[in-house]
Design a protein around this ligand. Sequence first.
Ligand SMILES: [Ca+2]
Ligand SMILES: [Ca+2]
Ligand SMILES: [Ca+2]
Ligand SMILES: [Ca+2]
Length: 121
Amino acid sequence: MMRDGLSNLFEYKKGTSPLDPDSDGDEMLDGWEVDNDLNPTIKDRWHDRDGDFIPNVIEWALNWKPNSADSNRDNISDTAMAGIAVAKIIAVDLVPLCVSLRKRLKTKIRKIKINHAHNPW
Ligand SMILES: [Ca+2]
Ligand SMILES: [Ca+2]
Ligand SMILES: [Ca+2]
Ligand SMILES: [Ca+2]
């Protein structure tokens, strides 16, 4: 039994290496690939087995399921979850930007008002 969770006999049958926990070198462990219906003997990290637009290796990194378009079965698809995640990342950057923009706009408006009060024409 190797660290990749596969027995040597199983690895022999599958064509994976019992000495290498990642036989095809695609950075996803053999055991995980087999458990999730991926191919442990070809580099399929950028494939999208379940068609949710998220490559296998990203699903691996997120601990999602590359063979299910709704990994945690909460009726929100992985595609939507990824969209939400990206939206959150954008929002984190966007909120301070909006706040500073609004501040700048307010100062600008105030200046215009002051100028206007001094010089109505
Ligand atoms: Ca692999
Ligand atoms: Ca693979
Ligand atoms: Ca996918
Ligand atoms: Ca998925």
